[in-house]
Design a protein around this ligand. Structure first.
Ligand code: ADP
Ligand code: ADP
Length: 230
């Protein structure tokens, strides 16, 4: 990921808000980056742009060597669905679908065959230890279990990038640690992880710390306190 002189300005009627102001940020494949900063500093805006859900007002964003600005909406959606797994604070599972169906959905968007979907969904549900709940609805699960399903849904496409927005914000500390350990393991296997967090403890799972303030990057440094799992 290479972000160069990127700004995002929101204009509503006569109001103008600069959410991101001329930022530069490069993330190499395989990094685990924590993004921190006070409310309103631009974290969500940055994550939306990284996730190709929003576009910069100026400046450039390159993903896997490709300039995102040159992509049509369709092509962007395609790239997003094939390459990026999202994990949100509020899980964002579909209430009407079972655990299995929630995790299968991203593979349906990619037109993967039913037999292959079954294989991949079952493997990933085992991996996050929720296979015994495959036929349950999200609301029949605890918060920790729901977030494990959300992680499975993010992972099932073998994404190049995982974007996590306060992934443990709604979890108690035991479940939060479990989810963080899972993200850490995935990162160790090579998946790039970019995570927004308010928690210093959670940020310690990352190898690099980026601090935003008023839409600008104030600090970008290696995290020497990083919790090594091996
Ligand atoms: P954070 O995630 O760090 O709390 P945000 O990225 O949500 O910050 O917001 C950064 C700034 O941009 C804030 O001042 C916010 O009010 C503004 N902002 C975010 N989204 C919009 C929007 N859709 N319209 C107008 N202003 C917005
Ligand atoms: P936690 O200790 O993570 O908060 P809970 O007490 O919420 O867990 O849930 C304990 C077990 O009960 C979990 O395995 C969960 O799947 C199951 N469970 C919780 N709520 C429901 C429900 N409404 N229907 C069916 N099973 C449920």
């Amino acid at each position: 990921i290479t972000i160069t002189n990127l700004s995002r300005v929101f204009r509503t009627q006569d109001l103008e808000t600069t959410a991101l102001s001329n930022i530069n940020l490069s993330v190499e494949e395989g990094e685990f980056v924590a993004i921190m900063g006070p409310s309103g500093c631009g974290k969500s805006t940055l994550l939306s742009i990284l996730g190709m859900l929003d576009s910069p007002s100026s400046g450039s964003f390159e993903f896997a060597g490709q300039d995102i600005a040159s992509f049509s909406e369709n092509k962007l959606a395609e790239l997003r669905k094939a390459s990026i797994g999202f994990v949100f604070q509020s899980f964002n599972l579909i209430d009407e679908l079972t655990v299995y169906e929630n995790v299968e959905l991203p593979l349906q968007y990619l037109n993967i065959s039913k037999a292959e979907r079954k294989k991949r969904v079952e493997t990933i549900l085992k991996r996050v230890a929720i296979d015994h709940r495959a036929d349950h609805l999200p609301q029949q699960l605890s918060g920790g279990q729901q977030q494990r399903v959300a992680v499975a849904r993010a992972l099932v496409i073998n994404p190049r990038l995982i974007l996590a927005d306060e992934p443990t914000g709604n979890l108690d500390s035991k479940n939060g640690d479990e989810v963080m350990t899972m993200l850490r393991e995935l990162n160790r296997e090579g998946t790039t992880v970019i995570m927004v967090t308010h928690s210093e403890k959670e940020a310690n799972y990352a190898d690099r710390l980026v601090r935003l303030l008023d839409g600008q990057i104030m600090i970008d440094k290696a995290n020497n306190a990083s919790l090594k799992t091996e």
